[in-house]
Design a protein. Structure first.
Length: 206
């Protein structure tokens, strides 16, 4: 079966296995180029602004890495660069007001999701490397959990894979999945690349 993007190329600017899996499930062929940026040096007040800023910084770094210095207005065979970012945070109610904790957990040491919930905000940015056009948006989802036994949390921490994903949240992990109560939004948003939004931005960037 021919790839959906037979008339254009895709570069995925991410080392995330989940994003690779999702983009492949969407029927696209792609190559991988990762960005070398200091994510912790980039901060914004709102999570929606932060994920967009991080996706843009990744795109800029990759464009510099590829030594793309100018754009030609000819999209007969475009190359699209897809960058994305995801953050997780908790809302804590105290003294009748909401305190937004930026537990933007890049390297979490523990899991606070047992019996609670987390909000996930993710961005997608598609850059047309031929025309210079950029299209980006963010998406949001919430995940509610049953109580997670300590031994399951210990196993996840010992395994180590959770320490390399935003918020230590790997919804598709076989140890995590049985304790997911409800997902408000889409699972692919939680995993780091919302399919519908990504396809929409691809078409807009073309």
């Amino acid at each position: 079966m021919a790839a959906k993007n037979s008339s254009f190329k895709i570069i995925l600017g991410s080392s995330s296995m989940a994003r690779r899996q999702i983009l492949a499930e969407m029927g696209h062929k792609f190559e991988i180029v990762t960005a070398d940026i200091d994510e912790k040096s980039i901060r914004r007040e709102k999570p929606e602004e932060l994920v967009m800023a991080l996706a843009e910084a990744k795109a800029d770094a990759i464009i510099s890495k590829l030594k793309i210095t100018s754009h030609v207005e000819d999209d007969a065979y475009s190359t699209l660069l897809i960058t994305a970012d995801t953050v997780c945070f908790h809302f804590i109610i105290s003294f009748c007001f909401l305190v937004l904790l930026f537990i933007i957990i890049f390297s979490p040491k523990r899991n606070d999701y047992s019996g609670g919930h987390v909000t996930v905000v993710g961005s997608v940015l598609v850059t047309n490397l031929v025309t210079g056009t950029r299209k980006g948006e963010w998406d949001r989802a919430e995940v509610y959990f049953h109580d997670i036994p300590d031994e399951v949390i210990d196993s996840l921490v010992e395994e180590g894979v959770m320490l390399n994903v935003a918020g230590g949240l790997m919804l598709e992990h076989p140890l995590t999945l049985p304790f997911v109560d409800t997902v408000v939004g889409t699972v692919d948003c939680v995993m780091g690349l919302p399919k519908t939004l990504t396809e929409k931005l691809i078409q807009e960037a073309l």
